[in-house]
Unconditional design. Structure first.
Length: 293
C-alpha cells in the first residue's frame, strides 16, 4: 500500500514539475536587443534560407543573433489584349530562371476578364530578382512584400519539445516501475498526452522551417476584354424591342380581324346561297306554261 501511495505522489510531483518547466520555457526578453520597428525584442539581423549556409541549423543561426523570417508577397500583372497566353509562357520562364516552382495555378474567365493566379515558391534570395523579372511579362500594376518574424515562436517550440521529451522519459521510468494495472493505465494516459503534444509541436516547428526556407509569391495575371462602344448597344436593343413589339401588335390585330371576319363571311355566304336559290325558284315559275281556260 505504501508503494502505491509513493508512486502516486511521484506522478503528482512530476506533473507539477513539468508545469513549472513549461512556464520556464518562455525565453527572457532581456537576452535580446529591442527593435522598435518590429514591436518586439529581436537580434539585429534577419535570416532567410540563403543565409543558412553559414549555420548548421536554424537553432545555430538564432544563437548567432539571426532573426528567423518568413517572406511572402503578391503581384498583379496586366497582359496586353489577346496576349495572356503569351504572358503565361513568359511568366513561367521568369519563375524558372529564378529557381522558383509553381505550387498552384488556376484560370478563370468572366465576360470582362481572363485571369491566371499562381502560387510560387522560391529561394528568398531570388525574391527581388523575380519581382524585377515580372516587368517583362506585362504591365506590372502592383507588387507588395511582407515579412513575418517567427524567431520567438521557433525558440518556444524548441524549448517546449525538449521539456516534453524530458517529461516523457520520466513517465516512462515510472511506467517501468508500475506494479498494477491501474497505475499502468494512468501512466500510459499521461505518456500518450505528452506524445500528442510532442507531435503537434514538432509538426509546427517543421512547418516553420519549410516556410523560412522558401519565400511565397502570389501572382495574378489578367487580360481585360476589348472596350465596346456602349452607345451603339442601347439604340440597337431599343430598335430590336420596338420591332418585336410591332410584330406582336400586328399579330394581335390580324388575329382579331380574322376572328371577326370569319363569322361575317359565313353569314354572307349563306345569304348568297339563299339569294341564288330564291332567284332560281323565281325563274322556274316564270318558265312554267300558262293554264288553258
Amino acid at each position: 500500500m505504501l508503494k502505491k501511495i509513493s508512486l502516486l505522489v511521484l506522478v503528482i510531483l512530476l506533473l507539477l514539475i513539468s508545469g513549472c518547466l513549461g512556464s520556464a520555457s518562455d525565453i527572457s526578453e532581456s537576452n535580446y536587443d529591442y527593435d522598435s520597428s518590429d514591436k518586439g525584442m529581436y537580434p539585429a539581423s534577419e535570416m532567410y534560407a540563403d543565409d543558412a549556409g553559414s549555420y548548421d541549423s536554424i537553432s545555430d543561426a538564432i544563437a548567432g543573433g539571426e532573426r528567423i523570417v518568413i517572406k511572402k508577397g503578391s503581384a498583379e500583372i496586366e497582359a496586353g489584349a489577346g496576349k495572356i497566353e503569351e504572358g503565361v509562357v513568359k511568366l513561367k520562364q521568369v519563375i524558372s530562371e529564378n529557381s522558383g516552382t509553381i505550387e498552384n495555378i488556376n484560370y478563370y474567365e468572366t465576360e470582362n476578364t481572363k485571369t491566371y493566379t499562381l502560387e510560387v515558391k522560391l529561394p528568398p534570395a531570388n525574391f527581388e530578382s523575380l519581382s524585377n523579372g515580372l516587368k517583362s511579362v506585362g504591365n506590372l500594376k502592383s507588387i507588395s512584400t511582407d515579412s513575418e518574424d517567427v524567431t520567438f515562436e521557433y525558440i518556444d517550440l524548441e524549448a517546449k519539445i525538449e521539456n516534453l521529451n524530458s517529461q516523457k522519459q520520466r513517465l516512462q521510468a515510472l511506467y517501468d516501475k508500475a506494479e498494477n494495472v491501474e497505475e499502468i493505465l494512468d501512466i500510459e494516459y499521461e505518456i500518450n498526452r505528452v506524445q500528442t503534444n510532442i507531435d503537434s509541436s514538432t509538426a509546427r516547428k517543421n512547418f516553420l522551417e519549410r516556410q523560412v526556407a522558401n519565400a511565397t509569391l502570389y501572382i495574378t495575371l489578367y487580360e481585360e476584354a476589348p472596350i465596346v462602344d456602349r452607345t451603339l448597344i442601347v439604340p440597337l436593343n431599343t430598335a430590336f424591342n420596338t420591332i418585336l413589339g410591332a410584330m406582336s401588335i400586328s399579330i394581335l390585330l390580324i388575329s382579331g380581324l380574322v376572328g371577326f371576319a370569319i363569322p361575317i363571311a359565313v353569314i354572307v355566304i349563306i345569304l348568297i346561297i339563299i339569294a341564288k336559290a330564291l332567284r332560281k325558284h323565281v325563274k322556274g315559275k316564270k318558265n312554267l306554261p300558262a293554264k288553258k281556260k
